[in-house]
Design a binder for this molecule. Structure first.
Ligand code: NAP
Ligand code: ZN
Ligand code: ZN
Length: 351
């Protein structure tokens, strides 16, 4: 065991503050990462505020981790010492059930071990995330960061990237498809870049008129400030919609944008339920679905796709000391477009 520096919430809703946590000695198949960068996902905020309920405290968030392999177990062969590795939302799973065999560890029947706000597969040992100087993880749950990707800007790919790549792939978005991305935050801006890289014609639906120039720079050809009139004028125009919005909003107005048999996939995870009118789905035989992150193999595929297309996140790099202020800016939809923590700022215990 080793004691490492971290920042976390002592209890639900508490501001993040310095703390120490214990990391296990690496087992034979583990790698030890010196954490370099960790993205700030809106899910971190939902969870430290316990908006989804059932949170485990103290909680050290962070599931967009890029680190350097500084030690490895006796049988760990996936990474050379000094290699860059990424860790997303999961650190383990049962590895035996149907979904695990199908490389969809996010659906593990035993429940995968979440990177934080969860437990290891012993179901006792709490997990702590990437707002910390070191992470010990089974090598199978760490992914390679391809050469050529800036490590800080690649960190958000580990959650925002895979969460938007997976539904675009699963729903077979292809060149020429008319795709709408709802909400231009961390997930939304990755969705735009990835859908554009797949050849889709992308329109951004946003509540922030000030984001139009950025949306177009990211590759969107359409930008709509979300009002009932604007949405009404676009009825039936879209093949696929990806909803990344973090707060409660009206799904019906967006479903009406779909062509017959078109699909809208929810990745945004507001804590509250919003009504869906049956006729929003019946008319046009439309589809409403959800999507949860992606498997480990698919995460590697996404990283390789990003390397091939030169895609990383647009980031604001912050010292950990600014994390509580950064959360407030995320809540005001004022992040351009992902905060990433420079984890070297945690190493000084006096900081
Ligand atoms: P984010 O950076 O805060 O982006 C969310 C965006 O939603 C905002 O930038 C804003 O975009 C829009 N928005 C916020 N409040 C709104 C409101 N009241 N009405 C309409 N639009 C609003 O958050 P994120 O990190 O991308 O995460 C987005 C959501 O996805 C969160 O709920 C997160 O927990 C969830 N998530 C899900 C998964 C999964 O596996 N399904 C994985 C990761 C995250 P505009 O300014 O453009 O309107
Ligand atoms: Zn996330
Ligand atoms: Zn399993």
């Amino acid at each position: 065991m080793s004691t490492v520096h971290a920042w976390g919430a002592a209890k639900a809703g508490a501001p993040l503050a310095p703390m120490t946590i214990e990391r296990r000695a690496p087992g034979p198949h583990d790698v030890v990462l010196e954490v370099l960068f960790c993205g700030v996902c809106h899910s971190d905020i939902h969870q430290v505020r316990d908006e989804w309920t059932g949170g485990l405290f103290p909680m050290v968030p962070g599931h967009e981790v890029v680190g350097r392999v500084i030690a490895r177990g006796s049988e760990a062969t996936k990474f050379e010492l000094g290699a860059l590795a990424g860790v997303g939302c999961m650190v383990d799973s049962c590895r035996q059930c149907g979904p695990c065999h199908d490389h969809e560890e996010q659906f593990c029947e035993a429940g995968s071990a979440l990177t934080y706000n969860g437990t290891e597969m012993d179901r006792k040992t709490p997990t702590f995330g990437g707002y910390s100087t070191q992470l010990v993880v089974a090598e199978d749950f760490a992914v390679r960061i391809p050469d050529g990707l800036d490590p800080a800007a690649a960190a958000p790919l580990l959650c925002a990237g895979i969460t938007t790549y997976s539904p675009l792939r699963q729903w077979k978005v292809k060149a020429g498809d008319r795709v709408g991305v709802i909400g231009l935050g961390g997930l939304g801006h990755m969705a735009v870049k990835l859908a554009v890289s797949m050849g889709a014609a992308v329109t951004v639906f946003s509540t922030s008129a000030s984001k139009e120039a950025d949306a177009r720079r990211l590759g969107a050809t359409g930008f709509v400030v979300t009002t009932p009139e604007a949405l009404g004028a676009l009825a039936g125009r879209f093949d696929f919609l990806l909803d990344t919005v973090s707060a409660e909003h009206d799904y019906n107005a967006f479903l009406n944008l779909l062509r017959p048999r078109g699909a809208m996939v929810l990745v945004g995870a507001p804590a509250t339920a919003a009504p869906v009118h049956p006729f929003s789905l019946i008319m046009g035989s439309r589809i409403l679905a959800g999507s949860a992150i992606g498997g480990i193999a698919e995460t590697q595929e996404m990283l390789d796709h990003c390397a091939a297309h030169g895609i990383v996140s647009d980031i604001e790099l912050i010292p950990i000391q600014q994390i509580n202020a950064a959360y407030e800016r995320v809540l005001k939809s004022d992040v351009r477009y992902r905060f990433v923590i420079d984890v070297s700022t945690l190493r000084d215990p006096a900081a």
